[in-house]
Design a protein around this ligand. Structure first.
Ligand SMILES: Nc1ncnc2c1ncn2[C@@H]1O[C@H](COP(=O)(O)OP(=O)(O)OP(=O)(O)O)[C@@H](O)[C@H]1O
Ligand SMILES: [Mg+2]
Length: 368
């Protein structure tokens, strides 16, 4: 087992700065997920940890030792890729044990290890098959088995489940979580799927344009995002945003926005540029009785939940997540949205979240 740390790590390809001054410390045995949009540098950062590519500047440490110039094979890491890259002509057993063969380990010792790993991953009945005779999920298990058999100090996963269908993804996700509980090996897992990140991670590193936007537990990122980017990235459907400004109308000094929005001014709230409210914090109420009015344009029925889409005059469309469908007769009509003070997030023009006093309660709720 091993900790991983990065100090001021940057990486450029030519003049293109792909990773910018990343600092992070991953504890021994921790499950950390790198998440962010396509092209933000997740795979590059993971490959820098693995030693598959070298950083342009900065230091990488594993277990406290500087490994910045240590080759991949000597770092004690095992990598599981999105494309399983199994050897097509080898049986499952040989695919799993091949790394041990190249290390010169004796055949019966390899067979025992392969057997143990295969049982753990429930592919022990498939050992004599070739990869083409396996389903996608079985192939993925073999790829994980190949990494497992080496008993690495650190597991690195790069979108290992993205080629699987939704059911299988869920199943494999649970198996990876169980694997971590059993082994307690440090794991770093890359995905662009925030729900995968939320369900697997002890801590999540949110990346954007090669920079770390925030590092925190799933609950911290959901309840106390540092900025608009993290607020919008974590949560599904994503947080709704609305441009606002400080001002006054006949209701007094406050925060004003489209649809007749007026919020009482909070003590330390200087120059808010946007508010954000999550879809699950919204309720649809009769026009004129909520925070602001809008038109209920459309409802999607997913069976166990419903998404309502409301257009705000002079503003964006907001999504509302509901357990029960609103009345069909309301579609196309004026309604209003209602939400509690503590579910409002405020953002400054630079995207940083403005902390308000109710955060204290939210923080306590997040920890509980
Ligand atoms: N070998 C390379 N040479 C030049 N540019 C590269 C190279 N590898 C990656 N890049 C660029 O670096 C940026 C980050 O790539 P990276 O693969 O790390 O993104 P990612 O977050 O893993 O994206 P995805 O979710 O699509 O896999 C991208 O703009 C990519 O085009
Ligand atoms: Mg990638």
């Amino acid at each position: 087992m091993a900790s991983v740390s990065m100090e001021s790590v940057s990486k450029s390809f030519g003049t293109h700065k792909v990773i910018q001054d990343v600092n992070l410390a991953i504890k021994d045995g921790e499950f950390v997920v790198f998440v962010g949009p396509s092209g933000c540098g997740k795979s590059t950062l993971l490959r820098i940890v693995a030693g598959l590519i070298s950083a342009s500047s900065g230091t990488v440490r594993i277990g406290g030792d500087d490994v910045t110039d240590v080759p991949a094979a000597k770092r004690g890491v095992a990598f599981v890729f999105q494309s399983y890259a199994l050897y097509p002509h080898m049986t499952v057993a040989r695919n799993i044990g091949f790394a041990l063969e190249t290390m010169g380990i004796k055949r019966d010792a390899i067979a025992r290890k392969v057997e143990t790993v295969a049982r753990m991953l429930k592919v022990d009945h498939l050992l004599q098959r070739r990869p083409r005779e396996l389903s996608g999920g079985q192939r993925q298990r073999v790829a994980i088995g190949r990494a497992l058999v080496r008993q690495p100090d650190i597991f690195l996963f790069d979108e290992p489940l993205s080629n699987l269908d939704a059911d299988l993804r869920m199943e494999m996700r649970m198996e990876i979580a169980r694997l971590h509980e059993d082994l307690r090996t440090t794991m770093i897992y890359v995905t662009h799927d925030q729900s995968e990140a939320m369900t697997l991670a002890d801590r999540i590193v949110v990346l954007n344009h090669g920079r770390v936007e925030q590092i925190g537990t799933p609950s911290e990122l959901y309840h106390r995002p540092d900025n608009r980017f993290v607020a919008g990235f974590i949560g599904s459907p994503r947080m709704n945003f609305l441009p606002v400004k400080a001002g006054a109308d006949d209701r007094g000094e406050g925060v004003l926005g489209p649809g007749g929005l007026w919020l009482p001014r909070v003590a330390n709230l200087a120059a808010p540029a946007e508010i954000g409210v999550r879809p699950e914090a919204l309720r649809i109420v009769p026009a004129g009785t909520g925070r602001f009015d809008c038109v209920l344009e459309r409802v999607e029925d997913l069976g166990h939940e419903h998404f309502a889409y409301c257009r705000i005059a002079g503003g964006p469309i907001w999504v509302i997540r509901l357990a029960a469908s609103p009345e069909q007769s309301l579609i196309g009509k004026d309604v209003a949205l209602s939400f509690e003070d503590h579910s409002i997030f405020f953002f400054a023009a630079d995207g940083e979240r403005i902390a308000v006093p109710s955060d204290e309660t939210d923080a306590r709720r997040a920890i509980r």
